[in-house]
Design a protein around this ligand. Structure first.
Ligand SMILES: N[C@H](CCC[C@H](N)C(=O)O)C(=O)O
Length: 291
């Protein structure tokens, strides 16, 4: 089947955007994987589908698939590109929209300077809602950092990691490192992603705190591997640092693909994420029929 797409990126996290406002493409997991494949397809970290409003008062449905073909609850960098796309394509009449995702409503707004701010909703800490199996772990997270000490392996000498675990609609496990450039992202990332205490797997963040308003971050993403930036990962890392008492309520997050700004007033307040959203090219691809 022939598929028209728009390639976009937000801080280097890259996407194939599909307009399904007039008709569903009904793609299979294998076809999503094909679109995301950097050798045999277009190449992307995630595939974003723009679908019609599901209910009054909501402008669009926003559906996200990882490069591995699996559907997920949320994608922050993708939300900024989604807002840019529907405005540029004339599908939205306002720069501020309400969007339904698997994890609930988010509100992106395209700013005058072209950057996009998204109300990502409040973070979630209850293990069952992340989901995270904390059975048998220290119920009172130690050291102020609301974190659990997780063994990466089963042998006596396996690494024990102090991980902050929370959800931004999708699950995140964040650890503090001295220097992101030397952090063991490629080796520890997959072990954390597939750790049995995360029944739906997890995104693994590696956070370096530079000062109270500036951090550096790398993320091994569930279903995509290390990406140049992760919007929900930036939200989760800043929320964890604020709960630790180490960060202010507005933080610049330096990622390998660009700068994101995260704001959170604490408690049940929403997390606001601001960053770039760029259209790279338009194209068409011949996809093998659903398998
Ligand atoms: N890999 C994530 C989805 C994409 C999140 C990321 N690209 C972002 O900008 O938030 C997950 O499986 O939950």
């Amino acid at each position: 089947m022939r598929v028209r797409f728009t390639k976009m990126q937000g801080a280097g996290n890259d996407f194939v955007v599909l307009d399904e406002t007039r008709a569903r493409l009904n793609l299979s997991a294998a076809q999503y994987q094909q679109l995301a494949d950097r050798h045999f397809g277009v190449g992307a970290d995630q595939i974003l589908s723009v679908r019609p409003s599901p209910a009054a008062g909501i402008d669009f449905e926003y559906v996200i698939h990882n490069a591995d073909g699996g559907e997920v609850e949320q994608c922050g960098n993708g939300a900024r590109c989604f807002a840019r796309y529907v405005l540029d394509k004339g599908l939205a009449s306002s720069p501020r929209i309400k969007v339904q995702t698997l994890s609930g409503l988010i509100e992106p707004r395209v700013n005058e300077d072209g950057r996009v701010t998204v109300d990502m909703g409040p973070p979630v800490f209850e293990p069952a809602r992340i989901p995270f199996d904390d059975a048998g772990l220290d119920p009172q997270p130690t050291g102020g950092w609301h974190r659990w000490h997780l063994a990466l392996g089963t042998s006596a000498d396996s690494t024990i990691l102090p991980l902050a675990v929370l959800s931004m609609g999708n699950p995140h496990a964040v650890q503090e490192v001295e220097d992101v450039d030397s952090a063991p992202v490629a080796t520890q990332g997959p072990k954390i992603e597939h750790h049995p205490r995360f029944p739906n797997r997890v995104n693994a963040g590696f956070l370096q705190i530079v000062d109270r308003a500036h951090v550096r971050l790398r993320v091994w993403e569930r279903g995509a591997g290390e990406t140049l930036a992760c919007g929900t990962g930036a939200c989760a890392a800043v929320v964890a640092g604020i709960r630790l008492g180490r960060l202010d309520s507005r933080v610049d997050v330096e990622t390998r693909g660009g700068l994101l700004t995260i704001e959170w007033a604490g408690g049940a307040a929403p997390v606001l994420m601001t960053g770039p959203a760029v259209t790279v090219f338009e194209g068409e691809i011949e996809l093998p029929d659903a398998s």
